[in-house]
Design a protein. Sequence first.
Length: 325
Amino acid sequence: MNPEDMMADIANEHGYRTFSLGEFTFNRDEYFAHINWPTGNHTMSIDDFLRALQRDVAWQFFYGIVNFDPVLGTVNHYGNVDLFAGSFNEAYRRAELDHLENFGQDEILSAFNAILVDWTNDSFDPFASPEETGSAWGDKSGSNQAAVTRRRVTAQRMVGVSGDERLRSDESGFPVNRMFADIPQNEPLVEAEPGFENEVAAFSLFAYLSRSDVTWNPSVVSVCGDSLFCPTTEEYILPIIHGNDRVEWFVQLSDEIEWVVEDRDSGAMRARVTMRAGDVGAMAADIRHRGYSPKRSMLLVWENASPQLPELIASGRAPTYPVEF
Ligand code: PHB
Ligand code: FE
């Protein structure tokens, strides 16, 4: 047995396994995740760490950079992934404490998944808002397999067209969320010409989203070429700081989110943006951003999934901003 496998099999004094991935090691105790690498070490509150790890695993490293906090994170190269500490932090780089290693997507995904499964206790759901989940703290106590292996709902054509999963009735097992009790639940009336009953569909996106039981987890509800509409329900703080490799658009569908926007590479503050219901905005391709949603809100994230974009932008052939006024 090689030392790495042995390490992962021995539980520490708190009942949690210790993991190593390349030269990084991950250890948890009652309150914290401890991350070590050859030139440094880092500590994160375990609830924040698990919320970020859950997104990175479920989204398979997302678009561009997923910062767990201003120090730790991943860069998605779509097939392989960088795990870094301090690489997007001016002070860490200057002090030469930064460290970056590249892994095949399957290797890092299975390591991250193993940490997530082992370190999440039965009382904690990393996808839920803080008010709707129990504690992440303490020595190891059971597991929450159902929560951590939850999959995003992906539409095959468009939500509402027959064959797609629906979350629209009380029988779905998804009750209307406490903060969306005022959302009307009636559906639009569709009168299709004979023969087109399976081609024409409409549904209430507000009613659909009012039953979402997770926060900060965009689901693809429509696909048109590379254009993906990914609405989501948000409450409390986006568990990651997203570093873009492309422009993405936000349509604030209800309530309000405050965005903190920083330089992607240094972390220097760039802007604070308050988006209220009806506001439309775009996040540039050279920034990172984190949202704060004081009340559960509905947000439409509009992604351009073209695999050419990161290279076009990085090489300067496409701009980092979305429109020229
Ligand atoms: C984003 O990084 O753009 C993002 C991620 C998750 C959300 C909303 C926005 O729920
Ligand atoms: Fe983003």
